[in-house]
Design a binder for this molecule. Structure first.
Ligand code: C2E
Ligand code: MG
Ligand code: MG
Ligand code: MG
Length: 293
């Protein structure tokens, strides 16, 4: 930063700011290229299993960006930029279609078909033809609508709750499932929670993490489960890493679990092998025999 620039009380230019602007521009340009470049934006899948028995009910699609230079950029880094630039709309459509293509392949192979959960960013949900985009992806790949799950966050109802509720109703009419992601970190009122046509509430990892040594976090987890069940929603806990957390979640009455303890996000090929295996690692951990301890 030059001293001159700071003299008026504002700094329009610092090397740090400049570096960040450059990073963003690089990511934005890279994403534009990646959209047309087969194999750069790929999906990994992380199983979501029944706490009781370990049967997989759903697999969350998680986007990975492998640049031609071989660097892997995490979604935490590029999704916010994709959201701000609007690139999340075409990227999200690609994710949706790739997830449906995976479902179609599993179906053709005669495998037991879990749901695939796709994360939907607020700008994508709010884009004009979102419902049509979902309907088209389902039709083009001939996927049973109830095999697709859309993960929305509370942020979608902040800007215009009434139109968000209308859009959710439209999606439910298509037959897809709706999950409320990262629950507990947003701002939605309880009144909206009761009015949203959702199937599933995902407890944010932060509460799961603290539930083993923080009484308040444990109380929050139990309350979310009780409230969700009272509203006839199922509950999944995300980011489960330890057996101690599993014990807390079992006591709280949580329905499903997802996290490194059960399985890491994996390639489609690896998950296909999971689906084909006699007893999955999660079933070994949570199955009837495992429950006896
Ligand atoms: P999310 O939807 O809450 O996804 C869960 C994140 O937690 C994933 O991070 C997953 O890899 C990670 N995770 C799962 N189990 C564990 C665990 O036991 N411990 C820990 N420490 N982490 C765990 P990831 O893949 O880096 O994705 C981060 C976020 O990026 C996602 O959070 C989601 O908000 C966003 N994202 C990922 N893929 C997409 C996408 O296709 N579209 C949109 N719009 N957002 C996406
Ligand atoms: Mg998610
Ligand atoms: Mg989540
Ligand atoms: Mg999360």
């Amino acid at each position: 930063a030059s001293k001159e620039a700071g003299r008026g009380g504002y700094r329009f230019y610092t090397p740090d700011l400049n570096q960040r602007a450059m990073d963003r521009l690089n990511i934005e340009n890279g994403l534009r290229r990646a959209l047309d470049n087969e194999g750069e934006l790929i999906l990994e899948y992380q199983p979501q299993v029944e706490l009781n028995g370990g049967r997989m009910v759903s697999a969350e699609a998680l986007l990975r960006w492998k640049t031609p230079e071989g660097t892997v950029i995490s979604p935490g880094r590029f999704i916010p930029i994709a959201e701000e630039t609007g690139l999340i709309v075409p990227i999200g459509e690609k994710v949706l279609r790739n997830a449906c293509a995976t479902l179609a392949r599993w179906r053709a192979a005669g495998l037991p078909l879990p749901r695939i959960a796709v994360n939907i960013a607020a700008p994508q949900f709010e884009s004009r033809n979102f419902g049509d985009t979902v309907a088209r992806a389902l039709a083009d790949y001939n996927v049973p609508p109830d095999r697709l799950e859309l993960e929305l966050t509370e942020s979608v109802i902040v800007r215009d709750a009434e139109s968000a509720l209308r859009e959710m109703a439209r999606l439910k009419e298509l037959g897809v499932s709706i999950a409320l992601d990262d629950f507990g970190t947003g701002y939605s009122s309880l009144s909206y929670l009761s009015r949203m046509p959702i199937d599933l509430v995902k407890i944010d990892r932060a509460f799961v993490m603290r539930s083993t040594d923080d009484d308040n976090a444990r109380t929050i987890v139990r309350s979310i489960v009780a409230l969700s069940h009272a509203l006839r929603h199922k509950v999944v806990a995300e980011g489960v890493e330890t057996r101690a957390q599993l014990t807390q979640l079992r006591r709280a009455g949580c329905d499903y679990v997802q996290g490194f303890l059960l399985a890491r996000p994996m390639s489609e090929a690896a998950l296909t092998a999971w689906l084909s295996s006699e007893v999955t690692p999660a079933e070994a951990l949570l199955g009837d025999k495992a429950n006896e301890w």
